[in-house]
Design a protein around this ligand. Structure first.
Ligand SMILES: C[S@@+](CC[C@H](N)C(=O)[O-])C[C@H]1O[C@@H](n2cnc3c(N)ncnc32)[C@H](O)[C@@H]1O
Length: 291
């Protein structure tokens, strides 16, 4: 069921993922937008891996799904000079950042649109490649979404995306959760519904893609550290403000909160390197061909 989201400048796009739409246009989205440079730095090691897998080349048309603040879209636009990179995202605040970034970088072959990738009527067979850096796990109906994306990709075109592995296989998540669990009750993680781990099971991605217009699915493990900050203070400032950390600690009394953050600082201190605070993480790189 889709609905139209009203926007100040007229009717908005059709949106099926209303909960995600609210989250990414509310506190979560504003937080990401405000700290978009920090989030980009966090995920920077994954970007060249995704770009290479998507294979964007001069003259090609590339779709970036859940493009956020547009770091990967701008990279794709550079790789596809003479072609076009098109970033879509639900989040108005993040798209504002993306447009500013493209303008700052003087790119004239990039465009951004507020759209729900699951239902947006992309022009058919109009992209050589579709890609996503951790923007494709938030879909209420992933089968419908992959079918919609498949329709947008030209026959013989490519899909490449990164999604997180199971949380207990991600050192950064294990570190964070094991510290916080000493101070607050942690909710069960939702592994099936829309959220960071919905595609953590490779079989799920494979089945969804093969049933919805893609072929030649390959799932590869990518282990790269996430960067949390240039030094301990920057890392702690970033981590303490992250949505889930903030939400969990907001339920604790001030003394417990301080103890939890001190314990987190101790746990992260062992990950301080000459390149800042870097903790191991694990993603799946999923690639497929349009039938
Ligand atoms: C974890 S962020 C990743 C952003 C970006 N790809 C990056 O690497 O910085 C997930 C993004 O997916 C977007 N998103 C979630 N569901 C979406 C949907 N159905 N259609 C389009 N974008 C969506 C969110 O608004 C958010 O910007």
């Amino acid at each position: 069921m889709s609905r139209m989201t009203p926007e100040a400048d007229g009717p908005g796009p059709a949106v099926a993922n209303t909960e995600q739409d609210e989250a990414w246009n509310g506190d979560d989205g504003r937080h990401w937008a405000e700290h978009s440079d920090r989030f980009d730095a966090m995920l920077a090691r994954f970007t060249p891996i995704l770009l290479e897998a998507a294979g964007a080349a001069p003259g090609q048309r590339v779709l970036d799904i859940g493009c956020g603040a547009g770091a990967t879209t701008c990279e794709a636009a550079r790789a596809a000079s003479g072609g076009e990179a098109w970033g879509v995202d639900l989040s108005g605040p993040l798209l504002d950042r993306a447009r500013q970034r493209a303008e700052r970088q003087g790119l004239d072959n990039v465009r951004f649109e507020r759209a729900d990738a699951q239902v947006h009527p992309f022009p058919e067979a109009s992209f050589d490649a579709a890609m996503s850096r951790f923007g494709i796990m938030f879909l209420a109906d992933p089968a419908a979404a992959f079918a919609n994306i498949a329709r947008a990709v030209a026959p013989g075109g490519r899909l490449a995306f990164l999604c997180w592995q199971r949380p207990h296989d991600i050192e950064w998540t294990v570190t964070l959760r094991s510290v916080l669990a000493r101070f607050v009750d942690l909710p069960e993680m939702d592994m099936d519904g829309p959220g960071p781990y919905s595609l953590a099971e490779p079989r799920r991605s494979r089945d969804l893609l093969e049933a919805n217009g893609f072929d030649g699915v390959v799932v590869e493990s990518v282990r790269e550290p996430v960067s949390l900050g240039g030094d301990m203070d920057e890392a702690m400032d970033f981590v303490a403000r992250m949505g889930p950390v903030r939400a969990l600690l907001s339920k604790a009394d001030p003394a417990t909160r301080t103890q939890a953050l001190d314990a987190l600082r101790d746990a992260l201190a062992v990950h301080l390197t000459d390149d800042g605070v870097r903790v191991g993480s694990a993603a799946w790189l999923v690639t497929a061909r349009r039938d």
